[in-house]
Write a protein that binds this ligand. Structure first.
Ligand SMILES: [Zn+2]
Length: 132
């Protein structure tokens, strides 16, 4: 196997960094955290339009940062490598934030004002009973 040069290896290392290097993409990754999230959850968590979020989700999926799973009419996104959160935490510390500030955001799983299947399972089951 041919030995890779520093520029070649650097290009490969930069690919995931470039893919996540925007406040919007980092916000989406933090909102997904260690679990999984649908677009409607991200809409509530971030306060952005669905089309705008979807655009970033597509780019992150294309860059192999996210993987998705369909369940009924919902698509759930999760981080392909949870270690990306460590990278984000390390970057947060460079910006003067504490690791606790970041982990508190990551661990906020359920949002009371969110109506996604994970935050409001009861609501969704009532809805599916009506549909049946
Ligand atoms: Zn939710």
């Amino acid at each position: 196997m041919k030995k890779q040069t520093i520029p070649q290896i650097s290009e490969q290392i930069a690919a995931p960094l470039t893919a996540i290097a925007s406040p919007q993409r980092i916000a989406i990754l933090l909102a997904i955290g260690t679990g999984e999230a649908c677009v409607c959850h991200l809409e509530t968590a971030l306060g952005w339009r669905q089309a705008y979020i979807s655009q970033h989700l597509m780019a992150l999926r294309k860059a192999d940062i996210l993987q998705d799973r369909r369940e009924g009419r919902y698509v759930f996104y999760r981080l392909k490598h949870a270690s990306l959160l460590d990278l984000i935490t390390a970057s947060a510390r460079l910006s003067g934030l504490s690791a606790e500030t970041v982990s508190a955001l990551i661990n906020t799983r359920v949002n009371p004002s969110c109506e996604c299947p994970q935050c409001s399972p009861a609501l969704i089951s009532v809805e599916s009973l009506k549909a049946a």
